[in-house]
Design a protein around this ligand. Structure first.
Ligand code: NAD
Ligand code: TDX
Length: 342
């Protein structure tokens, strides 16, 4: 079996490539990634010499390039992780989110249709459902919860989902979609909340918390997400959407305090800063369908997962210190400069 993974030099795609290359030595894994600021070949070092792995640099929105690649490689399965993924960046520069997340997905769908792939899997997000109120802990996102997006990022992901489902209904393309809650774990780019906390706390630097820090996210370890996608790819029903989440809801403040305590750092590092525009209040996934129909079960609790993640960042300083000292430093200054000024 030949599996084309897009966005495999990013956080979740990279973890998924590791998972697939190691678990299925008889399958061929092709990793197509543009290597934007978020793509990092260092993440692929552990698998780059494996005989069942190949890297191709390219843009999923470049139709001629993608069609040529499909013509050459004839993949059986396509798993699309490639995306612009950071909500804050979508607020300052929405255009590239439409290009990659919507138009790129549509190009991949056309190629999958043209070359008869057996399964196209779209990696989506719980953010397509919008948010839930903080005072209704009884409410959860189900697969049939209406799409109700808040940010340019989530709007682009929801648009892509609609195209994916349209290609199933209109052309009979065998598609599946997974909508996962917030991931954390190894190789997470330090612009995102958890690696940002760990890397800044280790340097005794202020940690920016938006608003009052009472927004709630539902955290899932990235390896549990990878297992879910693998399962859906092999056993999921074409045309179906599967929610992925492990019931690990935490306020942002709880997350910061947990990490500071684990690193033995003071809470005085917390700095409340201007809130994100349109900031979603609460995400919470109901994963019952995936659990009952496909037998998925997460291996990590938040407590075991965050410990593993902190240890990984302690043991792999070079990976994230290289990022922090590069172009990312300019982004951080523009994003938080005034808020975190002494
Ligand atoms: P990421 O930003 O770490 O990685 C994205 C990757 O896509 C990078 O390697 C980048 O180089 C590549 N890429 C970007 N534009 C491209 C293009 N035009 N052509 C080819 N490659 C391109 O993202 P992530 O956090 O790993 O998220 C992966 C996917 O999972 C995204 O689709 C995201 O919406 C979804 N998702 C993320 C989370 C989360 O918590 N991070 C949760 C649910 C779903
Ligand atoms: O500096 C910060 N301070 C802060 O308080 C940052 C970067 C974030 N936050 C808050 C905003 C959110 O409530 O922390 C929470 C998590 O923020 P992010 O890491 O930016 O994630 P989020 O916006 O929840 O989106 C993530 O989960 C769903 C991923 O980035 C998306 O790609 C995924 O679809």
């Amino acid at each position: 079996m030949k599996i084309l993974v897009t966005g495999g030099a990013g956080f979740i795609g990279g973890n998924f490539v590791h998972h697939m290359v190691n678990k299925y030595p008889e399958d061929q894994i092709i990793n197509l990634d543009l290597l934007t600021y978020a793509g990092n070949l260092e993440t692929l070092k552990p698998v780059e010499d494996k005989p069942n792995y190949k890297f191709v640099r390219g843009d999923i929105a470049d139709r001629d390039f993608v069609m040529d690649l499909f013509d050459r490689e004839r993949p059986d399965f396509v798993v699309n992780f490639a995306a612009e993924s950071h909500v804050d960046r979508s607020i300052t520069d929405p255009g590239v989110f439409v290009r990659t997340n919507v138009m790129g997905t549509q190009v991949l769908l056309d190629a999958s249709k043209e070359y008869g792939v057996k399964r196209y899997h779209q990696v989506s997000t719980d953010e397509v459902y919008g948010d839930l109120p903080l005072d209704r802990p009884d409410l959860f996102f189900h697969e049939d919860t209406p799409l109700h997006t808040s940010s340019p990022y989530s709007s682009s992901k929801a648009s892509a989902d609609l195209f994916v489902l349209a290609y199933e209904r209109t052309y009979g393309l065998p598609v599946t979609i997974s909508r996962c809650s917030n991931n954390y774990g190894p190789y997470h780019f330090p612009e995102k909340f958890i690696p940002l906390i760990i890397s800044r706390a280790l340097a005794d630097e202020k940690i920016p918390v938006y608003g009052k820090g009472n927004n709630v996210r539902d955290w899932l370890h990235v390896s549990d997400h990878c297992e879910a996608i693998d399962l859906i790819l092999r056993q999921g029903k074409p045309g179906e959407v599967y929610n992925v989440g492990g019931h690990n809801e935490k306020t942002n403040l709880e997350v910061v305090k947990t990490i500071l305590a684990a690193l033995d750092k003071p809470e005085s590092l917390i700095e409340f800063v201007t809130d994100r525009l349109g900031h979603d209040l609460r995400y919470a996934i109901d994963p019952t369908k995936l659990e009952t129909e496909l037998g998925w079960k997460p291996k990590y609790t938040f407590e075991t997962g965050i410990r593993q993640t902190i240890d990984w960042y302690l043991e792999n300083r070079e990976w994230w210190e290289n990022i922090i000292s590069g172009d990312y430093a300019d982004y951080f200054e523009k994003m938080y400069g005034e808020d975190l000024a002494e």
